[in-house]
Write a protein that binds this ligand. Sequence first.
Ligand SMILES: [Zn+2]
Ligand SMILES: [Zn+2]
Length: 581
Amino acid sequence: MKHIFMSLLFAFIMATDCVVAETHADITADLILFNGKIVTVNRSFDIEQAIAIRAGRILAVGENDPIRALAGTATRVVDLKGKTVIPGLIDGHYHFMNKAISFTMAVDVALVDSIEEMVKRIKEKVYQVPPGNLVYTTSGWLPQQFKEKRVPTRYDLDPVSPDNPVIVMGGHSIYLNTYALQELGITRETASPQGGTILMDPETGEPTGRLIENASRLARKNWISGGRIWTMGSATHEQKLEAIKTSQKKLNAVGITSIREPGISAEDMRVYQELRDNGELTVRVSMNYSLDSSRPAEELIKQLETWGVSTGFGDSMLRLDGIGEFGIDGGFEAALMSEHYVNTPGNEDPEEYFGLQRIPTEKFEQVLQAMSRLGWRACIHIVGDRGLDIALDAYEKANQVKPIAPKRWVIEHAHYTRPDQFKRISDLGLVISTQFHPYMAAQNMTHFWGKDRSSKTMRMRDWLDAGLLVGGGSDWTLLPANPFWIIYFWVTRDTRLGGVIGPDQRISREEALRVMTINNAYITFEEDIKGSLEPGKLADLVVLSDDILTVPDDQIKGINPLLTLLGGKVVHHNREAITIN
Ligand SMILES: [Zn+2]
Ligand SMILES: [Zn+2]
């Protein structure tokens, strides 16, 4: 009881400014959840029975009786009937704006089981739009999930799209039909740009329609600039507002209360700000500003110098995170590796192929030093170990401009790292923001990197054992990206299509929960206000259908949030399962 009282007072001081005016007896909760299993994810991972909320913050956590004693006449109560409660989940790397627009406007092909089905869905969309308008798809699919076991080509797309440009989006490649290739003027004579490949058919010498890494910019540039044929691709401000408003409900429904946007434009930041100002955001957002890495260093540095604010600016709903992703390398098919590839995306000799460097070292280092000088932190997309070597060199140089540890610079992804790099990561006070790509796409990764490297991807066990701070997220083209799939992968290392990969890198459920809550809160400098259920913190929490700490492994993926609170407000509620009295 003493423990409860102390934390109660502490909470009250934290939550209000007028502690002198009221006495302890006056403190009543707005909402009490009792008779449950409250997984606090505090330092000692305490499990409690009940939680009280007042003014959007956690008033107290503890045993049923003392918490229920905080009820006043207006207090609402929830009998949890033994259900488990966890802190609101944080997706540490989710391109929400992009996915929200894409799932509102594009053809959803993320989980289709064949190219045939993909083409069928594209055909339906083509019927709905005028000739000349762009039709594009979501990404998130894998050739291994198709019964054809290959990627689409222009010849798959052409029969259903004679009068429209079509782009099938992939993670790091895009796939065009003939109409789109012609509109962009891409022929057998077109040279691949630096850091990218226009894939040619080895037999005919004609483009297959696939543009890899920087080559995809040839299309994206037209698409984003809202040119004649790309009007569908450039969503308006109003469409973006609507897409976020609708889509954030899907995030709340899977237990997500915060996300990090890995890289958006200033224009997209205005969309979030408008929603925040109107009180319409139901997910907390930490935004990274995206730089166009194809521009010269001097231009990018000037661009950063125009900002009067930087990392950390904002509040608990909306804040500035850093500069991202400013990727040094590509995805599975173009990660910079110190050892050569097993297979290549184009026609390169695997023994001569080590991935693609997307930003030249000198420019990369110059811009990162400017970020440090201007108070920004870098949140760099780094996939291969050679990419990490280059980035660590650059981070060390930026650290000489100004110490970067207080700004918690980020390594985004870190798919393939070597243990000899861990000390450098730790010495610079870096944090790792990793994901669950292997769950979705292990076979794709193994194809390019071979089994050994694949089984050592996302080395969660090794990182945590080395004392590194690791946060986690999805970075996948799904809406929503289910956080319980992510946790399932880290705990089991089982993958969607390819079986268990690197079982020695499994982590416990307790660790996985920390990664998706308090560790992600640390990455956004918010470990004191969210990420665990402790007095004084924001009342972001999720009531689960099953106990995530004890449910059999194979049922983790099926866990369903029944109630999600954001700052004490209900943002998702399954009324059949949970009653609020
Ligand atoms: Zn990335
Ligand atoms: Zn990303």
